[in-house]
Design a binder for this molecule. Structure first.
Ligand code: EPU
Length: 446
């Protein structure tokens, strides 16, 4: 596939403006929420990314009509005729995304049963779904695992329950929310994830008629209702994509205005960006990120659940840290294998050493389990163009940043994976003056 390979001629600063739209980690879930309503929902600010297409396909298989609205990026989802889907058709989506697991609760409410194919998503750790199935059992579902997927049945209406998650998992929190809203009685969720995308999903559900209150200390209380309606919602902006472009500006000594980025969801990132030596300016429409000249500074960084430093920001920032002066320490505490992408950066000339110990911060779940989840980045390093194979979504975008910051040409394989979560990244790169070339094309100098 020719469009799966990109030639990147590095060494030029990225400069200009790009627009981001709704968050990849909210939009597909809000689409699933539409299944719970008796009437149509209207979701706005929807990006054109693969995860949206996968969920759209799965919803359509279950009888939900999905069409684009009049506004650019608007979807109208009508769940008036929800029906069982053919297992073979659902199975065709196996491995394409992690979102299918969130169909469990809504389908159990609407149909009394659900089939969930094998899950996809980025290979950044084991990514088990044990919390999901455990909470569904607590709601009263019975679960049978088969080689081709998982069958779930709700012998009677699901009922509210008390749940304490072993870890504030984003997906498991969403599973609880999407199930508890129509369950009989009250659900109390402790140790919930409180990422901005979760709060936005709660807003969606509240618009539909749900009763959900967020307490202190990661507690969420959901009072089940008998029926939900549709919603009209504009998805919150993608703070993860915004940070990726911010890191691209820093690593290439560039200047990028990210239209649509919001300060409120990015405060932790902005503090870190400033500590490294990046400059930013917030206005009502977006955030401008730039390299102000001079040396970047090494930092100690630990990823964490919100409001900590988001794990998805880590990979792009590590590329920028290869350009910082001194030793940076990065402790990844959310995924056990999210530093593997650094091997290719070393091949390009970076100096990054991985450790099994919890470096520079609080001991985490992975310290005693032999995972190489801490890194020491020694900089600044001159990066040289290389042959790169994209390992996962954020790691892949980070390779693009590294290739753009490097001297010479990089050949990047597996570029299509970036389309899972970055809308129109090729045209955005070109708008920012990147010298990128699909093999079928002549060199592009914009
Ligand atoms: N975990 C379990 N058991 C479970 C669920 C999670 O052990 O049943 C563990 C995971 O293995 C991981 C930790 O809990 O170590 C956190 O996982 P979480 O459930 O929070 O992640 P997720 O819901 O699968 C979402 C995003 C990720 C993002 C994480 C953390 C989506 C589709 N994915 O994943 O986004 O990194 O939350 O914020 O929303 C990305 O955008 O590139 C991406 C990977």
């Amino acid at each position: 596939m020719t469009d799966d390979l990109l030639l990147v001629h590095g060494g030029n600063p990225l400069e200009g403006e790009i627009q981001i739209r709704g968050a990849k980690n909210l939009v597909p879930k809000a689409m699933v929420a539409a299944l719970l309503g008796q009437g149509p929902s209207r979701l706005r600010n929807v990006p054109d990314i693969r995860d949206v297409k996968v969920v759209r396909g799965l919803l359509q298989l279950h009888g939900v009509t999905v069409r684009t609205g009049d506004e650019d990026g608007e979807l109208i989802l009508d769940p008036s005729h929800v029906e069982s889907a053919n297992v073979a058709d659902i199975d065709a989506h196996a491995g394409s995304s992690r979102i299918p697991i969130l169909f469990c609760g809504p389908l159990l409410h609407r149909l009394g049963h659900a089939f969930i194919p094998g899950l996809g998503g980025c290979d950044i750790g084991g990514r088990p779904v044990d919390f999901h199935f455990e909470v569904l059992r607590q709601f009263g579902a019975t679960i049978e695992k088969h080689p081709q997927g998982t069958y779930l049945v709700a012998p009677q209406r699901l009922h509210g329950t008390k749940i304490e998650l072993p870890y504030p998992s984003v997906g498991a929190t969403e599973q609880v929310l999407l199930t508890a809203v129509l369950a009989e009685g009250v659900t109390e969720l402790r140790n919930a994830a409180v990422e901005p995308e979760i709060v936005d999903l709660i807003c969606v559900l509240q618009k539909m008629g749900a009763i959900i209150s967020m307490g202190t200390d990661r507690t969420i209380l959901i009072t089940g209702v008998d029926e939900l309606g549709g919603y009209n919602h504009k998805a919150l902006p993608d703070r993860l994509e915004a940070a990726s472009w911010a890191c691209a500006a820093l690593a290439t000594k560039g200047d990028i205005y990210v239209r649509g980025a919001r300060q409120i969801e990015m405060m932790t990132f902005l503090n870190t960006f400033r500590k490294v030596g990046g400059a930013f300016e917030v206005d009502d429409e977006g955030i401008r990120f730039w390299h102000p000249g001079g040396e970047l500074k090494a930092i100690a960084l630990e990823t964490d659940v919100h409001p900590g430093f988001q794990t998805d920001w880590q990979q792009p920032l590590v590329v920028a840290l290869t350009q910082a002066n001194g030793l940076s320490i990065v402790h990844e505490t959310v995924y056990e294998s999210r530093l593997g992408f650094t091997g290719a950066l070393n091949q390009m000339g970076a100096h990054i050493q991985l450790y099994r110990e919890c470096l520079g911060g609080t001991p985490c779940r992975f310290g005693a389990r032999n995972f190489r989840h801490s890194a020491v980045v020694s900089g600044p390093s001159k990066l040289i163009g290389s042959e790169l194979v994209i390992p996962d979504l954020r790691g892949g975008f980070s390779y693009l940043i590294a290739a753009l910051a490097a001297e010479g040409t990089s050949t990047v394989h597996g570029i299509d994976l970036i389309n899972r979560g970055y809308e129109n990244f090729m045209s955005k790169l070109r708008d920012l003056g990147a010298h990128v070339e699909l093999p079928a094309e002549q060199p592009v100098t914009v």
